[in-house]
Design a protein around this ligand. Structure first.
Ligand SMILES: Cc1ncc(C[n+]2csc(CCOP(=O)(O)OP(=O)(O)O)c2C)c(N)n1
Ligand SMILES: [Mg+2]
Length: 366
């Protein structure tokens, strides 16, 4: 933390970190310094730079499309997902997923970068170098990466406040991400949004929203525009298991189904809404069935290939038949501690605490 603080200050003419007083990070010297600092800060056993794809650091990332495995080179291989899909009012896709060694390496590299970024953000938050809110995504990286592998930048994504890694997946850079987290002008929202309001509209990322569930009707609006303009693209509106109980979600779903909008509602079920276990808040945690008349698909959200397959299937379905719900569920016990350990960090009044660490997995009473 100290190294980063020093470097930020020494590359600046002002000794403070407050946004208006600091010089823009766009000067090449400041950018180099910050990147070097973040690299040192994030490294555990491997320097971040060694695993950092150039595409995440340069604006050429904006041109990267993930639409097919063939783009990633190497022979095509078929991998079976570890858990079968379960469909609601639809025939689920096959478990066999087409991929390539290049794509698998890309998945690993992107998820490693995301994990390192979130660990660094966690440390910066606890050191009070990131102020306000800081909602981390570590443990859920496979959803961001798998989703990107199935779609293009013409497709839109909109999410709640846990948005850092979605932003990276859409071609955002680490510099833009950390600058935003630290309230700097070079951040993706000019340092005014912070953790909850990352955007990259030019690459189809429409934020970053703090009001639980409110991004879902906005996402359905994006899907309406896509249909109206005959773009042939779809919108992924992401929300949490806590948000799944909100009324506005069902209103948006109703009109999307009525008008056959190309909307894909993705419920990321991490079993908690803040500190509330899902069984305390939801009568039915089978989120893929909660659309009733809208088809749903239950997916293993810890398997990037399963998410890719599901998103490819959902995109084709949505373009043909209108909305679909896909809750990528995380249900593999050995991975749960990672997810839970990281989730609660980042509520302003509880900074430094990792409240859910000691809680057991949520179980409904007998
Ligand atoms: C309308 C509204 N009500 C309450 C809150 C406070 N709040 C912030 S996060 C959260 C829990 C949301 O849980 P979930 O949708 O499961 O998302 P997760 O944090 O697990 O990703 C709540 C209730 C809010 N931001 N907006
Ligand atoms: Mg949740």
């Amino acid at each position: 933390m100290y190294v980063l603080w020093r470097n930020l200050s020494s590359s600046a003419s002002s000794p403070t970190l407050s946004a208006p007083a600091c010089p823009p990070l766009s000067s090449p010297y400041a950018r180099r310094e910050i990147m070097a600092s973040v690299t040192r800060l994030a490294s555990r056993s491997l320097p971040l730079a060694e695993i950092l794809p150039g595409s995440l650091l340069s604006s050429s990332a904006a041109l990267r499309n993930f639409s097919s495995a063939a783009d990633h080179g190497g022979p095509s291989i078929t991998v079976e997902t570890s858990v079968p899909f379960v469909g609601h009012k639809c025939e689920p896709p096959p478990r066999e997923v087409e991929t390539s060694p290049g794509e698998l390496m890309g998945f690993f590299r992107d998820m490693a970068v995301m994990r390192r970024m979130e660990i660094a953000a966690d440390a910066l938050y606890k050191a009070k170098l990131i102020r306000g809110f800081c909602h981390l995504y570590d443990g859920q990286e496979a959803v961001a990466v798998g989703m990107e592998a199935a779609i293009t930048r013409k497709d839109a994504i909109i999410t709640a406040y846990r948005d850092h890694c979605i932003f990276l997946g859409r071609g955002g850079t680490l510099v833009e991400a950390f600058a935003e987290l630290m309230g700097r002008r070079s951040g993706c929202s000019k340092g005014k949004g912070g953790s909850m309001h990352f955007y990259k509209k030019e690459n189809g990322f429409y934020g970053g929203h703090g009001i639980v569930g409110a991004q879902v009707p906005l996402g359905c609006g994006l899907a309406f525009a896509q249909k109206y303009l005959k773009e042939g693209s779809v919108t992924f509106a992401m929300y949490g298991d806590g948000a799944a109980n909100q009324g506005q979600l069902f209103e948006a779903l109703n009109i999307s189904a009525l008008w056959d909008l190309p909307a894909i509602l993705v419920c990321e079920n991490n079993h908690y809404g803040m500190g509330t276990a899902e069984w305390r808040a939801a009568k039915s945690p089978a989120y893929y069935k909660r659309g009733d008349y809208v088809p749903g698909l239950k997916v293993d959200g810890m398997d990037a290939l399963a998410v890719k397959q599901a998103c490819k299937f959902a995109k084709e379905h949505a373009l043909k038949n209108g909305p679909i719900l896909i809750p990528p569920l995380e249900e593999l016990p050995q991975l749960v501690p990672v997810l839970r350990a990281r989730l609660p960090t980042g509520t302003a009044e509880q900074e430094g605490l990792t409240l859910l660490n000691e809680l057991p997995l949520p179980q409904p009473p007998c």
